[in-house]
Design a protein around this ligand. Structure first.
Ligand SMILES: Nc1nc2c(c(=O)[nH]1)N[C@H]1C(S)=C(S)[C@@H](COP(=O)(O)OP(=O)(O)OC[C@H]3O[C@@H](n4cnc5c(=O)[nH]c(N)nc54)[C@H](O)[C@@H]3O)O[C@H]1N2
Ligand SMILES: Nc1nc2c(c(=O)[nH]1)N[C@H]1C(S)=C(S)[C@@H](COP(=O)(O)OP(=O)(O)OC[C@H]3O[C@@H](n4cnc5c(=O)[nH]c(N)nc54)[C@H](O)[C@@H]3O)O[C@H]1N2
Ligand code: SF4
Ligand SMILES: [Mo]
Length: 672
């Protein structure tokens, strides 16, 4: 008998799809998009259509295990949960007694974005007094850049774009990382809209666009400032919006008038006439929608790129959200009291903060040292920068590493204690989105496999085994969800909770279609960033880059490497399906020629941090001097033990202390 059960995609993706699982005899045999979900509209990305196979996969971790081989070797012995609890609680008690709570470092991110499971470990770690992880690996710079001018404002709904005449996709690969926006774009194009993509390489979205601007990596602030300069020179700035709903424009205006075209050309990599042409497109089409990606923020002036783009949007008045206008970086559809999820109130004091993009350093040179690491919802051996330093840390004999995982990831190989995790298809949770405006409820569609436990179950049980009596550790997941729901803003006055439970979606009241994003009274767009930090530029301006502008580094490592996602993987999730693949690197013919590199050749990328090998693809889709390595493949099992993050650095972004995954200088060699 076939049953059809609704469920939600938990992955770190703005689309947060509604899905329908076909279940036969207790086994999922298909996953399809929910036609009733207003954004999913019945369509799932190709990655997720096969996700159900992970539930029964041979690489699934089904039982608790302890390490029997050397660290990283991946040799384990099955143990019972009772033995696992005993080992874990003894270790955690002794570490706390001997070194204090801060010797324990939790490491988690967004493997599962269910509201409860994403942060299920937080109450436990607060109670224990563990070090706190600074959650910077993804959106720290983009959020800081946005907040510098638009604090408290939620991004436009994708629906705004349907009536646009010009959709500008800035540093985002829509057809890979936000596929459900594509139908909105196509609808607008059917009504005459043009799509313009700004990216250092011609990604598949740029290939499908009407216009493409090949910006220099990190050159977006210069391009946006150039457009503002051109608007001012032709007196086409939106004075009515500027006068009524913004503050501080004069300061930006003075700077923009002063900065030379020559400098803007050099920094953006775009000739003046092309910047003027771009500006003409913006002027001729007042119905402009900006879709800003996180990709353009993964460098040492990343937040500044967002800031300058927002200032351009404000100079055009796009925040008015008149027909076809909008600015979307991310949505914040529903806001709840975070303490009902993370229970920071359980912490006796504010413990030390460790930046997750500096895990390599934290495990190898921090004083006092990290003695235990507990990983869930993340695969840091693959996704954290400067991976050889991370591995060096994970190899430490005096580090006790616990990994709670679904499959045998490169991080799981280093575990001392390996614990089996359920998938979202076996879990209860509540789901928000950072790309659209719908809330969803999720129930398990099949029972947990083997001896797998959800994150929530793991940490509730662990807390009890540690002897913690606090009320949050007595909660059921239903109670935690209800607690959080009762604090939620963005809910309509009337909600049919029964229908919600049955799989209906709740549309947030924060989705302001056709209404101004700033009211002009309490909320104004501030061109000048309110901050006491003297190092932080008050206005959008040209700033230096850390690695890119380092002449010494550049003389040794002449190529600029960016490492964006591809369509097969979600960060490193699904890596188990491609264990023999090392991925490609795009090389411009001007660079490949002198090195006699041809498409299909094995090439080595290297710098002071490490090396990795990829398969060359010689193409003018990228710029001379810019190498593009799509996809965080697992450290290849068939060849070298390194991955793309062996080349990326632990340097952080200009604001937010985020990762600089798209700013690595490297050298390139033909292997064979
Ligand atoms: N299939 C798939 N989907 C995903 C993911 C995945 O791994 N695979 N990851 C998910 C996650 S966690 C996130 S955060 C999002 C990220 O999705 P995006 O916001 O799209 O960010 P990135 O993928 O890092 O980069 C997108 C584009 O930015 C470009 N870029 C790099 N540097 C610059 C620059 O200096 N200027 C400009 N203009 N562009 C630049 C890259 O070339 C790339 O084409 O996607 C999510 N969706
Ligand atoms: N070079 C380079 N590196 C990058 C990026 C880049 O663009 N380039 N992007 C960065 C970005 S944007 C991000 S967000 C990070 C992402 O970093 P991560 O959040 O670590 O993302 P994933 O690689 O998807 O790993 C998630 C892991 O969680 C596991 N998991 C899933 N659900 C559960 C669960 O319910 N419980 C437990 N215990 N485990 C679960 C999955 O099996 C998977 O192994 O990577 C960053 N790293
Ligand atoms: S990864 Fe994104 S596009 Fe794919 S099913 Fe999940 S939410 Fe939808
Ligand atoms: Mo991310």
């Amino acid at each position: 008998m076939k049953e059809f059960k609704k469920t939600i995609c938990p992955l770190d993706c703005p689309d947060r799809c509604g899905m329908i699982a076909t279940v036969e005899e207790g086994v999922i045999t298909a996953l399809t998009g929910d036609p009733e979900h207003p954004v999913t509209k019945g369509f799932l990305c190709s990655k997720m259509r096969n996700y159900y196979q992970r539930v029964e996969s041979s690489s699934r971790i089904l039982f608790p295990q302890v390490r029997v081989g050397k660290k990283g070797e991946g040799k384990f012995k099955r143990i019972s949960w009772d033995e696992a609890w005993q080992l874990l609680t003894e270790k955690l008690h002794s570490i706390k007694d001997e070194f204090g709570g801060e010797a324990l470092l939790p490491y988690s991110y967004a493997g599962n974005m269910g509201i409860v499971h994403c942060k299920a470990g937080f109450p436990f770690f607060h109670k224990y007094g563990a070090s706190r992880l600074k959650l910077t690996i993804c959106a720290a710079a983009s959020s800081a850049g946005w907040s510098a001018h638009c604090a408290g404002i939620s991004g436009s709904s994708m629906d705004q774009a349907v009536d646009s005449k010009l959709i500008v996709v800035w540093g985002m690969n829509i057809k890979v990382t936000n596929v459900h926006f594509w139908p909105y774009i196509q609808k607008a194009r059917k009504q005459g809209a043009k799509l313009l993509v700004i990216d250092p390489y011609r990604n598949i979205t740029a290939k499908a666009a009407d216009h493409y601007i090949a910006v220099r990596p990190g050159g977006d602030s210069a391009l946006a400032l150039g457009a503002i300069k051109a608007l001012l020179e032709t007196k086409k700035e939106n004075r009515s919006f500027i006068n009524s709903k913004t503050t501080g424009f004069e300061e930006l205006e003075a700077y923009v008038k002063k900065v030379s075209w020559q400098e803007l050309e050099k920094e953006s990599g775009i000739p003046k006439d092309e910047m003027e042409e771009f500006t003409r497109l913006l002027i001729q089409n007042p119905e402009v929608f900006f879709r800003i990606g996180i990709g353009l923020t993964r460098n040492s002036r990343g937040a500044m790129s967002v800031r300058a783009i927002l200032c351009l949007a404000a100079t055009l008045g796009l925040f008015e959200q008149q027909k076809g206008q909008g600015v979307l970086l991310s949505t914040s559809a529903f806001k709840g009291n975070s303490n009902t999820i993370d229970y920071e109130s359980l912490a006796e004091k504010k413990t030390r903060l460790i930046n997750m993009v500096q895990l390599g350093e934290a495990l190898t040179s921090l004083d006092p040292p990290v003695r235990a690491l507990m990983v869930y919802n993340s695969n840091p051996a693959s996704v954290a920068p400067d991976a050889s330093r991370v591995r060096q840390g994970l190899l430490r004999e005096d580090l006790f590493t616990v990994v709670h995982e679904q499959v045998m990831t490169p991080t799981a190989l280093y575990a001392d204690l390996l614990l089996p995790a359920t998938t979202s298809l076996e879990n209860r949770d509540l789901y928000n989105s950072y790309g659209h405006y719908y809330l969803a409820d999720g129930y398990p569609v099949v029972p947990a496999r083997g001896e797998c436990k959800s994150n929530f179950e793991l940490f509730q049980t662990l807390a009890q085994k540690m002897g913690y009596q606090d009320e949050p550790f007595q909660q059921t997941i239903e109670e935690r969800i209800q607690d959080y729901l009762s604090t939620l803003s963005g809910l309509p006055e009337e909600v049919d909770w029964e229908a919600f439970k049955q799989g209906a979606y709740i549309r947030s009241t924060a989705e302001k279609l056709g209404e101004p994003m700033f009211d002009g009274k309490e909320q104004k767009f501030s061109f000048v960033t309110p901050s006491n930090d003297p190092a932080l530029p008050k206005i959008a301006c040209l700033t230096p880059m850390t690695d890119r502008d380092d002449a010494n580094l550049k003389s040794r490592y002449p190529y600029y490497l960016i490492t964006p996602p591809n369509g097969k993987l979600l960060n490193s999730t699904f890596g188990e399906q491609y264990q023999d693949e090392i991925g490609k690197v795009l090389i411009h013919p001007q660079n490949a020629g002198p090195l006699q590199i041809q498409t299909g050749d094995l090439v080595r990328l290297m710098n002071g941090r490490g090396y990795t090998d990829r398969q060359a693809k010689v193409t003018d889709d990228t710029q001379p001097g810019v190498l593009v390595a799509e996809g965080i493949y697992w450290q290849a099992t068939s060849g070298i033990p390194t991955g793309i993050n062996d080349l990326t650095s632990q340097n952080v972004t200009d604001m937010g202390e985020g990762g600089t995954f798209h700013e690595s200088l490297v050298d390139l060699q033909l292997v064979k």
